[in-house]
Ligand binder design. Structure first.
Ligand code: NZQ
Ligand code: ZN
Length: 388
């Protein structure tokens, strides 16, 4: 196990009707609020009215930024920064899925910074301070509700990049599983793939002697598998939605499940290169890429893939070679993604072979990917070819 530091300042407020606590959670931060939300799901579900009621109860002045797209655009973030500066906003409230919360983080970091928020994504600048923000999560997937990451798309450059800072952890996140019951089957499946992928990025590691972290990862994966199909089949099943919500939050909350372990993140970088051009859902891209990444790299540390197959999928090792066990675990992953309705190939989402080189080059823009097995541009291209 490697040395580590772990710090996570986000307060979780979990349970049915916890939106009723919003007023008291926001009040300490001031009365000028920027409310950030997406394309309207929160209006359809009635959540918007509840939020406005809560903010009215503390006499807040509310400015709004709506229409945050999935794969949030830099242009929306810049618009939010401008609204905050013009109106002396003191607190940002994000109500929605990962895209909305990520956009809010970009805005929070951008307000006190003189340059472009894109500088944080290209590593030209580090976030030194940010406006405080809070979140009401409506879609279980990214973990952004309890981490310091944001992923922003620069549509002009066709690039999607992450930024990260301790300063943009939400001060609180309201997690009411009933708010996720209106998420479509497709988005529910994408979210399931995303949270499992977050665990994979940490679990498939070359770091040795990390038994607790490995079991934490495996327990999240098993819990997602146990509850995922139920949530897709029965959208109003509270227990399934609640368990998924907690899994999504724990899967990527500043690295709690993988402290002291080297992470990989190559598959995420490859997915971001795909959705930067084709604007597909993040989870859909991961569903296509991850099992192929697994097949491409499993020999770099086959014992971890054998452990995964046996412990997570219950593959019976008797009479099988390590290769057979590892590949059975990878196939079980693909089969599960297919059972919940997630795509398996680029052609499933209408993508051909026309941009493989562009995507491979973009993915390795900052150097080779990953650490489980380092991937050069040609490796990324091979994984994309396997994904056609
Ligand atoms: O825009 P609205 O109308 O709200 O609709 C959204 C959107 O169309 C809808 N939705 C959300 N909650 C709903 C709902 N529909 C009905 N009922 C509800 N309760 O779902 C659609 C997708 O929303 P989005 O926020 O884009 O999904 P997700 O939460 O999967 O976020 C994806 C983004 O997060 C990034 C991804 O790359 C992508 O840009 N990621 C962020 C991470 C982080 N900050 O730590 C890590 C991840 O790996 C990921 O990269
Ligand atoms: Zn992800």
């Amino acid at each position: 196990m490697n040395p580590f530091r772990f710090y996570n300042p986000t307060q979780l407020v979990f349970g049915k009707d916890t939106v009723s606590e919003l007023g008291s959670l926001v009040a300490p931060y001031g009365s000028s609020i920027l409310l950030v939300y997406g394309g309207g799901s929160i209006k359809k579900t009635g959540l918007y009215d509840k939020v406005k009621e809560q903010l009215a109860s503390i006499h807040a002045t509310v400015h709004e930024l709506s229409g945050i797209d999935p794969n949030p655009r830099l242009s929306s973030v810049e618009k939010g920064v401008q609204i905050c500066r013009e109106n002396g906003v003191q607190f940002i409230l994000a109500v929605g899925g990962g895209s909305v919360i990520d956009a809010a983080k970009g805005i929070a970091a951008g307000v006190p910074y003189e340059g472009s928020v894109w500088d944080f994504c290209t590593r030209k600048a580090q976030v030194q301070k940010a406006l405080p923000l809070g979140a009401i999560l409506t879609l279980s997937a990214t973990g952004t509700e309890m981490n310091g990451n944001a992923v922003i798309t620069n549509w002009d450059l066709k690039q999607k990049r992450g930024m990260g800072s301790i300063h943009v952890y939400p001060r609180f996140s309201i997690l009411d599983p009933t708010l996720t019951m209106t998420v479509s089957k497709e988005q529910t499946a994408n979210g399931i793939v995303d949270m499992m992928s977050h665990v994979f990025e940490q679990y498939f590691s070359q770091t040795k002697d990390t038994p607790l972290q490995e079991r934490l990862c495996e327990s999240i994966l098993q819990t997602v598998v146990e509850n995922g199909e139920t949530a897709v089949r029965e959208p109003n099943n509270y227990e399934a939605r609640a368990n998924l919500m907690l899994c999504g939050t724990y899967a990527l909350n500043g690295g709690m499940i993988s402290v002291g372990m080297q992470n990989d993140w190559a598959s995420h970088d490859i997915e971001h290169a795909i959705s930067a051009i084709y604007d597909i859902a993040h989870g859909a891209g991961l569903s296509i890429v991850f099992p192929n990444w697994m097949k491409y790299v499993y020999n770099a540390r086959i014992d971890r893939f054998v452990q995964y197959a046996v412990r997570v999928w219950g593959v019976d090792p008797a009479g099988k070679t390590d290769d057979e066990i590892a590949l059975a675990g990878i196939q079980a992953t693909r089969d599960f993604f297919t059972r919940i309705g997630a795509p398996a190939t680029l052609s499933d989402v209408g993508i051909g072979d026309e941009s493989l080189d562009v995507m491979a080059a973009d993915a390795v823009r900052f150097g080779p990917l990953g650490s489980f097995r380092k991937l050069e541009q040609q490796d990324v291209r091979s994984i994309l070819e396997m994904s056609l």
